[in-house]
Design a protein around this ligand. Structure first.
Ligand SMILES: O=P(O)(O)OC[C@H]1O[C@@H](O)[C@H](O)[C@@H](O)[C@@H]1O
Length: 380
């Protein structure tokens, strides 16, 4: 990756983390990995965004509900069970920030109690914070960007922390498929409060969704009629264990399915598109395997089909995008922008308020970074 001369250095970005699970672990490891200037910079889409480098991002506050994490420095908590993602950077310096007890609400699934301790969460025996406690902490720690990493299906818990971000005036990045940025009422509340939000549901760096979308777009561009498709995903992390409770999956399925439908030449009937987290396979740990099939018709209506298997470590794949979302959220706050940051949401998320093709979203987010967001959106 080539480096262009840096604009003048900017102050640090303080982040707050809700949920010190695998995705947070990869992000925090990545901050250490890329802090060393001598390290190779591959694995990043941007070394610098608006003057912010990865080394400008600092963890200033964190919440979790597991007794193996609460009270420990974030640098240690990220390696505690049930986290199981690859440790690609073991040497993480102490952050000086202890994980605090968070609010439980619906932030965990009951069925997880049936699994062995190293697979599931163990609730900490500590008082849960009030909204005012979290707001005070966000202010005292001077948090700029709050990262939501709660488990899929945490509707009430996400709303609780979104309220805290609004009240404290802290930019919110919603990595999970609970609809906040893409909900017009919430979007309007962020707009009115002068607070930026990027969401919903992070689209991994080279994950199932981006691959499925790009191929769907390719079918359309090459005049191939897409008749049927599925995307099956298996994994063995707590995300997959949590999602084996199908009741928690409603918005996840909508988010992943809409991400593909929105780039199809014509919408597929529900019965012809099946996308979802499919199974929990314990020994896979944080390895996520996606099986993709697309059936279509070529010239003359002659049938074709494509099958693809994608294998990734899920959490670094998420962190490679999160590290840009944080910097775009801070850039938006620096520029006094509020409400959903559309180019960033469309590029980085599966369920943004405004869908764009990934090519278009890429142009729009680069324009946003250069400070041309109004132009980019006007061109839509
Ligand atoms: O691979 P996809 O479809 O982009 O989805 C990736 C992300 O989806 C999120 O919903 C998961 O919580 C993340 O762990 C994951 O990285």
């Amino acid at each position: 990756m080539k480096h262009s001369p840096l604009p003048p250095r900017r102050p640090a970005i303080n982040i707050g983390i809700i949920g010190v699970g695998n995705c947070a672990s990869s992000l925090v490891q990545g901050l250490s990995h890329y802090r060393a200037e001598s390290n190779e910079h591959f694995g990043l889409t941007h070394w610098e965004i608006g003057g912010y480098r990865p080394c400008d991002i600092h963890v200033a506050a964190a919440w979790d509900i597991d007794r193996r994490k609460v009270g420990r420095d974030v640098a240690e908590a990220i390696f505690a069970k049930p986290n199981c993602t690859q440790a690609f950077c073991r040497e993480v310096d102490a952050t000086g920030v202890a994980v605090e007890m968070g609010r439980m609400l619906d932030g965990f699934a009951d069925h997880m109690a049936d699994y062995p301790d190293d697979r599931t969460f163990l609730p900490a025996d500590a008082p849960e914070p009030s909204k005012q406690d979290v707001v005070d902490r966000l202010r005292a720690a001077k948090v700029d960007v709050l990262m939501n990493y709660l488990p899929v299906g945490s509707q009430q818990a996400t709303e609780f922390y979104a309220e805290c971000a609004l009240e404290a005036g802290v930019a919110f990045v919603n990595n999970i498929p609970v609809f906040i940025a893409s909900d017009p009422v919430w979007a309007e509340r962020f707009e009115a409060a002068g607070v930026p939000i990027i969401g919903d549901d992070i689209k991994a760096q080279l994950g199932a969704t981006i691959v499925h979308r790009v191929l769907t777009d390719l079918f359309a561009k090459r005049g191939v009629k897409l008749d049927r498709t599925y995307q099956l995903n298996t994994g063995g992390n707590t995300d997959f264990l949590n999602m084996s409770n199908r009741a928690r999956l409603k918005s996840k399925k909508i988010s992943k399915t809409e991400a593909v439908q929105s780039v199809a030449e014509s919408r597929l009937e529900d019965e012809n598109i099946h996308i979802g987290p499919s199974d929990y396979v314990a020994w896979q740990n944080d390895n996520k395997v996606c099986f993709l099939r697309m059936e279509g018709q070529l010239f003359g209506g002659v049938p074709m089909n494509l099958e693809l298997r994608l294998s990734v470590e899920d959490s670094p794949n998420s962190a490679g995008v999160a590290i840009d979302m944080i910097r775009c959220a801070k850039l938006a706050a620096d520029r006094g922008l509020s409400g959903p940051i559309h180019p960033a949401a469309a590029y980085f998320c599966k369920h943004p308020p405004q869908q764009m093709t990934d090519d278009r979203a890429h142009e729009a987010v680069e324009a946003f970074i250069r400070g041309e967001s109004a132009v980019a959106l006007a061109a839509e």
